[in-house]
Each structure stands twice: as C-alpha cells, then as structure tokens.
Write a protein that binds this ligand. Structure first.
Ligand code: WT7
Length: 658
C-alpha cells in the first residue's frame, strides 16, 4: 500500500476486548532486576542525562561534548564522541579477561555445531577486517552481506563496523531482484555470501543469485564466498574470492580506529509491499547505546549466567540488534540457529532450549501461533525449566497466543515481554519490563525510560485513557534512523509529515483505562465498517481466542451496504478438523459476542496456510485481492507463492454464505 494511504484517521473499537488478566513479576526476578520503577522517574526528570548514563555503559575512545543536536527531523547523538562498535562487542570483553566466555553456541540445521568464544570471535573479526581492507574496502564504503545464518555473517558485519565500512545485510531468502535493487541503491563494492545454506532439510544455493545480481553491476568489485554446503559454484576468477583463501591467512591483529559517533554503521532495507524499499540508515554511538541498554533492561540480562536466544534471522533488524549488537555489547552468551523450527521435527526449538539451557528466548507471534497449531504436547516433551524471560516481537501478539506462550513455554511462571519497535527505531521503544510491569496479555504497556511515546487522534491531540488512534514518538531517541539512504525528502514525507513535529511509525494503537498501550497493527489495515473503524488485530485476536482457531487473518473487503465488510481467513488447530458450516457459524457468533454485532464477519474461510512475507508478516493486501475477487497483486515477497492459489481455489463455493 502506498505510503500516503495512511491518511485517514481512526478511532478504534477500543476496549471491546476487556482484559482483566495481570501477571506481576515473579518475586525473585523483581528482587534482583536490572531495572526498577526508579529508572522511569530518573529518565523523566532528566531524559538526556539518562541517555548519557546509558552511553557510559560503553567504551568511548573520546567522550562526546554534546548529548543531542536536534534539528527536526534530524538528530545527532553524542556529537564529538568517538567509538568503535566492534571494539565494544569484542576487545572490551577480551581485555577484561572474559575472552573464554562463549559468545555463540551456533547450531546448524543439519545438527553440526560450533562454539565460539569472545577471544575467537575477536580473532576472526580482525582477520576479516584485514581481508576486507586487502580487497580495497575503505571507511564509508558499503558492503553487502547475503548469507545464511552462520557465524561468518556476524564476523562480516563486525569486520565492517571495525574498519568503518557500512554493512547492508540482505536476507538470504530474498530473490535476485531484491538483492539487485539493494545493490543499486547502496552502491555496494563487495558482496559477502556463501555457496549456500541449509533450510528445511536441504542445501539451498545462494551464490547463483549473487552471480545473477552482480552481472550488470560493475560497482561490485569482489564477491567473498564462504564455503558452507560444499555445493558446486560458478567462479569468476577476477571477481570471486573464497573466504578460506582471503581471510584465514590474515593476521589476527588489527588495530581499530575509533569512528565518529554519527558515522554510518549500517543500512537495512525495509520491504515496502509495493513501493521501492527504503534504506534505513543507522549510525554508531546512539544506536549502540540504545540497543545495548534495551537488551540489558528489557530482558533483565545477567551476562554471567544467562543464555540468550533470539530466534530470528540476522537479515532483519531483530537479528542486527538482538543477535549481534545488543548481546555482544553486553558480553552475553547467545544461541544462534541456522534453520527452520520444524526441521527435522516440530520440537527443534524446544530441543535447542533444553540442550543449551536457554534462559531468555525472543521470537515472533507468527512462530508462536504456528507452535499452537502443532499442539502443546510438542514443547511438553522437553525440559524448558531454564527459561526465565520470554519476549515477543514483530506483530501484535494476540492475547490467546500470549497465554499459550506463557503457559506452554514459560511454565506459567515466566514473564513475557511484548516489545514494540521497528527497523526505523533501531531498538525496543515500548515494552513491559520483566521486573517491574504487571503485564497484560497482548499489551506492550508503556514506553521505556527515556522514550517519549504517545497515542494521538487524527488531529495529533493525545487521546484520553480508553481512546484509540495513532502511536507517535514525541522526542528523538538515540537509536532512531538518521534518514533514508540517499533520499531525505522521502524520510521527511514518510515519517514526519502526518503530524507536525511528531514521528509517525504508521501503527494504530489504543490506551486502555489504565493508560497502557496496545498496538493495533498498521494503519493501512484498519477497516471502515458502517462508519466504524475496526482494527484487523482486534478481530484476529477474537478469532484466535476461540479454542479451535490457531491463526487468523482479517481484511476489509468493499461491500455495497457497509462500505467495507469483514472477511476472515482462519487456520484451525490440529485437533479441530476441517471446519464446516457449523463451525463457521460458531466463529461468526463468537466474534460478534466478543466484540459486538458490528464486528461480526461477513465471511469466514478455513484455509491451510496464510500468505506471509519472509519475515512472517501476513500479507493482507493479497487476501484483500481474494476477498474482492481481483487479480492477485505482486506475490514476489511471499514465502510460498502456491499458498495463494490454494486460497483462491476455495473462494467460489464459500462466497455469499450469509
Ligand atoms: C512493524 C515494524 C521490530 C523488529 C521486527 C519488525 C510491527 C513490531 C510489534 C509489537 C505490535 C509490532 C509494527 C511495526 N510490530 N513489533 N510488539 N506489537 N506490532 O520490524 O519489519 O520494521 O516492522 O512491525 O507494525 O511498525 P519491521
């Protein structure tokens, strides 16, 4: 959907889902928590002072002379300061005698493993830094990284950070075209890739896509190739270099330079559904400050004892911030897993938790709903007692999914933090704190200390408790995007033009009676039914709360009577059978009973799969096409394009059932 289609305002069907469940922090966790209620007060009294304190958790070669230079909408943080992100992630811990600590327990999909300590990772990063320099990469140059989830991916990122090159990771599941547009836009000089990686039990190739993408792109001077699967690869002698030839012979010594706090660290492209992807730019000092602080605060990280696992791909910002920069800057031990959750069996995630004694796990609601569908007897087979904090990210978590996660993974004792943020915000912005908040299932609760977030109406006025509208950020924050690569106008228009002086992330939100924040999904996904704005998220949550429903996607389809009508696509839980007219009626009545008659869906279709982007977000745009009987739009970012054929095929006989 085009960016400017976020125009219309909406008050939502707020507070129709009355949530009375509260989960206060476990006493032992609260007693020893990294962050208490006092942090909020301190940050409110002196926001910039609070962020200076957090910045001081890092090692700076030269301290900053000004905390914030704010020329709206452009921010510079910690100006005059000089810092090296890789040194903060590695050398600092090695120099402090923690070189033997495990940085990563890496688990390959086929079951091969590697254990990498901080000292080893530092050596690898120094070698890769020397190799990149030898290949002609200079400070400020862009380096594309198109890799599977292997340790060399992290090594390549940190080598860039160390020498001041700007990394641009492209998710390894993306197509040649997606890689090509990102190479054009960033003008990357080197591409780091692998022969292939393992996914769903087989070796999938990466190098051929790179060969295609760089063919007519002379800006790319070298392709550095890690051997992971041993597949045959085509080879261009002048251009291609094996990692084991170029990196392994290098010295493990590399003397780092400190970079300006505002030196670009990376570009991460967000895949707009129709528009050209936006190259979100993050810089060094402010990004590392907020990522490091939030990783420590939101997950209550105890670096000496915790085993932290973000089950996401490094190709997304979640991986950048909470597999790489957050955990490493805090000296944490992390798990990194190459593959999919159902290879070779549906208990793989829980087997990993048990094997490494994972204490903190962070994953997306789409994964959690998939686990619900597979059934609770699967996690029940594993010992998950090491867990002490669980996190959710990427979409609103339906209360039912939250409860399932808490009960079946967290043993009904582990706090779940629902963390709201975006590629653009760089780090978590709104979330419960595990040692402070009496969490509500499905609520992101309140902004973190030092973050000023509000919910406003169409006119930009704050809504009262119980009201709905748009989430906005009122004050600059350290890890905010510094712009869109090469396109300042688009930066201003996309984020700063909707409300004067406020950052607009594009999400709907509501404040409940206590003032706590609930996210309601992208504003583009709000429906207008008989003059009422209804959020797709609320209807989806009502459906998922039904015991027979595992997952639901809701869209507003044009309707001659009501303007838009609610059309739902549901996946049933394993034991619920194939559905049928009785079940469809039961579900419609259930939504009507939970949210009110206005929210009663016109149509409900039982499907086997839902169309999702590769980062797990439901592509409602395509479902809207189906619901309105239109030719399908662009399906190139779908994980599995056959899903839409199956859904379209079901359509004729399920129409007009009411
Ligand atoms: C969009 C950002 C945050 C890293 C991964 C996604 C949605 C994200 C939540 C949450 C409700 C959420 C928003 C946001 N989102 N987390 N906890 N509750 N919605 O990064 O691809 O940049 O997507 O994801 O709509 O704007 P992204």
């Amino acid at each position: 959907m085009a960016e400017d289609s976020r125009e219309q305002g909406h008050e939502t069907l707020s507070n129709l889902l009355h949530e009375t469940r509260r989960f206060p922090p476990p006493a032992e966790l609260a007693a020893d928590a990294n962050v208490g209620e006092d942090a909020y007060a301190a940050a409110e009294a002196d926001r910039l002072g609070f962020w200076e304190e957090q910045a001081a958790r890092l090692h700076w070669d030269t301290p900053w002379n000004q905390v914030l230079e704010w020329n709206p909408p452009y921010a510079k943080w910690f100006t005059g300061g000089r810092i090296n992100a890789a040194v903060n992630c590695l050398d600092r811990h090695v120099d402090a005698g923690r070189g033997d600590r495990v940085a990563y327990h890496w688990e390959g999909e086929p079951g091969d493993t590697r254990t990498i300590t901080y000292a080893q990772l530092k050596d690898m990063v120094c070698q890769a830094s020397n190799a990149l320099l030898e290949l002609g990469v200079a400070k400020g140059d862009r380096v594309a990284i198109y890799m599977p989830m292997i340790p060399e991916t992290v090594v390549a990122m940190l080598a860039c950070a160390r020498i001041g090159a700007v990394h641009m990771v492209v998710f390894g599941g993306f197509s040649v075209d997606a890689l090509g547009t990102r190479l054009d836009d960033s003008q990357a000089k080197v591409v780091v890739t692998a022969d292939g990686g393992y996914r769903r039990g087989k070796a999938s190739a990466l190098k051929p896509a790179v060969d295609d993408a760089v063919r007519d792109r002379p800006a790319v001077e070298h392709v550095l190739v890690v051997r992971r699967t041993g597949q045959d690869v085509a080879w261009d002698e002048g251009r291609d270099v094996w990692w084991h030839d170029a990196v392994d012979r290098q010295s493990t010594e590399h003397t780092p330079e400190a970079h300006d706090a505002e030196h670009p660290l990376y570009i991460m492209y967000t895949s707009g559904t129709t528009a050209k992807p936006k190259g979100i730019l993050h810089t060094t000092g402010g990004y590392l400050t907020q990522v490091s602080y939030t990783h420590w605060a939101v997950f209550d990280l105890k670096a000496d004892t915790d085993v932290f696992w973000t089950a996401a791909d490094i190709g997304w910002v979640t991986g950048h911030s909470y597999i790489v920069y957050g955990p490493l800057s805090n000296g944490a031990t992390s798990v990194m897993y190459e593959g999919t959750p159902d290879t070779p069996h549906q208990g793989r995630f829980w087997e990993i938790v048990q094997k490494y004694g994972v204490t903190i796990a962070y994953m997306a609601p789409t994964a959690i709903r998939t686990f619900m569908k597979w059934g609770e007897e699967i996690p029940a087979r594993f010992d998950l007692s090491s867990l002490r904090v669980l996190g959710s990210v990427g979409e609103p978590i339906n209360p039912e999914a939250y409860m399932w996660y808490r009960k079946n993974i967290g043993g009904d004792r582990v706090p779940v933090v629902d963390t709201w943020w975006q590629t653009e915000t760089g780090a978590v912005m709104v979330s419960p704190m595990p040692g402070v908040s009496a969490a509500k299932p499905g609520a992101a609760m309140r902004p973190l200390p030092g973050i000023v977030v509000d919910v406003v109406d169409d006119q930009g006025e704050p809504v009262p408790n119980g009201g709905g509208g748009f989430i906005v950020v009122r004050e600059p924050w350290p890890s905010m995007l510094r712009g869109i690569w090469g396109d300042p106008e688009r930066y201003e228009k996309t984020y700063w033009s909707r409300f004067d002086g406020l950052y607009f992330p594009g999400d709907g939100a509501k404040r409940d009676e206590d003032g706590d924040i609930w996210l309601l999904g992208r504003v583009d996904d709000v429906m207008l039914v008989s003059g009422h704005n209804i959020s797709t998220t609320e209807v989806e949550s009502a459906l998922v709360a039904h015991p027979k429903v595992a997952e639901a996607a809701v869209v507003g389809a044009t309707d001659p009577v009501t303007g838009q009508a609610i059309v739902c696509f549901v996946i049933l839980r394993g034991e619920a059978g194939d559905g049928g007219d009785d079940l469809v009626k039961e579900l419609r009545d259930h939504v009507g009973a939970s949210l009110g008659p206005i929210a009663k869906p016109r149509q409900i279709m039982v499907v086997q799969e839902l169309p999702k982007t590769r980062s797990g977000k439901i592509m409602r745009r395509l479902l809207r096409d189906v619901a309105e009987n239109r030719q399908l739009g662009d399906v190139s970012t779908l994980t599995d394009s056959t899903v839409m054929d199956a859904i379209s095929a079901k359509l004729p006989d399920s129409r007009g059932e009411d």
